[in-house]
Design a protein around this ligand. Structure first.
Ligand code: UFG
Length: 326
């Protein structure tokens, strides 16, 4: 298939691009490089453009005879979304509406969407199943839910075939350790703790130690980037004969912020300063996935169930790329 990868220069998009090519598909990267890295595209076809540009999108879909679109081009920081809700709605909702409009115009029917565990808000029960109530607690989660709803309506009217993949916490490096996580500025826990281990940061800050969790810090479900991407490939294949797919993508195991810090210390053999600070707005206490549906229906198999292995791949990438992408 010819697959347009919106946000293909970013962390998840670049890993997906490499995996699609490996599987015999033709990826075409579409990215405005606002957060992505040219270096991460690795010679694949690349169009620099913005999702707000409907005419360009239509042209790209037609000229490249696109069969399916994967959409990773969104703002992702829940905490940031609390401060800048309109920017999140503009990029995550309005621009996705533009993309779906271009697809409708060109008759492109397959869509794989990066949704998020953030659609569940602060759930009463964990691990979370796909049917759990959707009550986002930050604008970011609301934008992801709004796009899922848009997809559902498009599916009912024009037979859009879509997969909404609700990610838990993507982590580690993929494509033989060549594609890692590098956000500027970085906000994600694992790369920040690794930066402290490398002596690039003075300390690691724990955002909140008074959560209702065993050690008082937030618990998350870390899923290796390659495992995340392999589920996309399987979902794309399943869209051949299904209209609507919704899956949680996580390992099902929860690790607290303190667990992550201890794991990084163990993997790297380094010690560093840890500072406890107040909670970050918009953080739910616990997010862990029940991914039974993806395992059963897609035949999804996770290669990296252990946090230590995930951290090892991240540590290796940061060692190989001490300044990140240039
Ligand atoms: N944290 C710290 N200190 C830091 C950074 C993070 O204590 O310096 C804590 C956060 O408060 C949170 C946990 O570590 O409790 C994980 O934070 P991340 O920023 O790494 O990830 P989030 O869980 O906030 O969000 C990520 C993605 C979202 C996605 C979500 C799904 O950024 O896009 O996972 O679980 F929706």
């Amino acid at each position: 298939m010819n697959v347009l990868i919106c946000g293909g220069a970013g962390y998840i998009g670049s890993n997906m691009t490499a995996m699609l090519a490996q599987a015999g598909h033709k990826p075409i990267v579409f990215d405005n490089l606002s957060n992505g890295h040219k270096q991460a595209i690795k010679g694949f076809d690349f169009i620099e453009g913005d999702l707000a540009d409907l005419d360009l999108l239509v042209k790209v879909l037609k000229e490249n005879k696109i069969d399916a679109v994967m959409h990773f081009a969104a703002f992702i920081e829940a905490g940031e979304s609390v401060k800048k809700p309109l920017e999140f709605y503009s990029n995550n909702v309005c621009n996705t509406q533009m993309l779906l409009a271009a697809m409708e115009k060109c008759g492109v029917k397959k869509f794989v969407f990066s949704s998020s565990a953030a659609v569940y808000g602060a759930p009463d029960k964990t691990p979370i199943t796909e049917d759990a109530p959707k009550n986002p607690i930050n604008p970011y989660g609301h934008t992801k839910l709004a796009v899922e709803q848009m997809c559902r309506f498009q599916s009912q009217t024009i037979r859009l075939r879509y997969a909404a993949l609700r990610y838990f916490n993507a982590a580690g490096a993929g494509a033989n350790g060549t594609l890692g996580e590098d956000h500027k500025p970085e906000s994600h826990l694992i790369p920040l703790v690794i930066a402290a281990a490398m002596g690039k940061r003075e300390d690691v800050k724990i955002f909140g130690t008074d959560y209702p969790t065993p050690d008082g810090t937030c618990v998350r479900d870390y899923i290796h980037i390659e495992d995340l991407c392999s589920a996309h490939l399987l979902a794309l294949e399943k869209l051949e004969n299904q209209n609507e797919l919704v899956y949680n993508l996580g390992n099902g195991k929860g690790y607290s912020v303190r667990d992550v810090i201890e794991t990084v210390k163990k993997v790297t053999g380094k010690n560093f300063k840890v500072t406890e600070v107040p909670r970050r707005p918009g953080d739910p206490p616990v997010l862990t996935a029940d991914a039974t549906r993806a395992i059963k229906e897609l035949g999804w198999k996770v290669k990296y169930p252990e946090l230590e292995k995930i951290v090892e791949t991240a540590w290796q990438w940061h060692n190989d790329n001490p300044e990140g992408y240039k």
